[in-house]
Ligand binder design. Sequence first.
Ligand code: PEP
Length: 251
Amino acid sequence: MERKLIAAGNWKMNMDYNEGRDLAQAVASGLQPSDVLVIMGTPYVHLKNISGIIKDISNIKLAAQNCHQEENGAYTGEISAAMLKSCGVDFVILGHSERREYFGEADELIAKKIDIVLKYGMQPIYCCGEKLEVREAGKHEELVGEQVKTALYHLTKEQMQRVVIAYEPVWAIGTGKTATPQQAQDMHEYIRSLIRKKFGQEVADATTILYGGSVKPDNAQELFSQPDVDGGLVGGASLKAKDFLAIASSF
Ligand code: PEP
């Protein structure tokens, strides 16, 4: 595995079936061939259809936004890793701050979800990041460090090479407030140092670390030009093909 440049979209709970199809088609037809990997993180109901739309385009992949931690069974309303895999999913966004906030997910649970996603041959996009009060108290590295250690330090080197990390300061998500390129770089460098300590230089160098939090066409280039920022996890701006494509060409 090597470090990739990635523009990943997170549609969250937006887009009905037809809107989702149209958006995926617009992204697929507007994307220029490049080294940048584009990922669409769609609601479950779109996955199978969109996997058909993108199947011949090598630099677009599909992500789910969550996954249950158990293999199968009596978990009404939940979706398993095997189901996702069978619908053509390559990546699974895990530990998004909205899942932490509204669904009580913590890193011990997220660690289990990472395990099952890896077991089924998909790649986790592991989200971490601090709330505003934590940053204001100067404890953001401590908190993100704890998150990363709890969710990822049990993995083997081989498993870690398949994990994408997304640093998403909670105060920047959906707020229009972006971390400065320097704030993003500092945290990404810190996260990479944690990966280096546990998994070694080679794995750290190969780990893709995305920034998320109000990434837009007009700020993407400056963020992505930081040495440890390997792309973005994009919420709002991924819902407009033109904006998302502009972000994907900002490297
Ligand atoms: C996100 O959903 O992960 C996100 C970063 O959202 P936004 O780009 O809208 O801030």
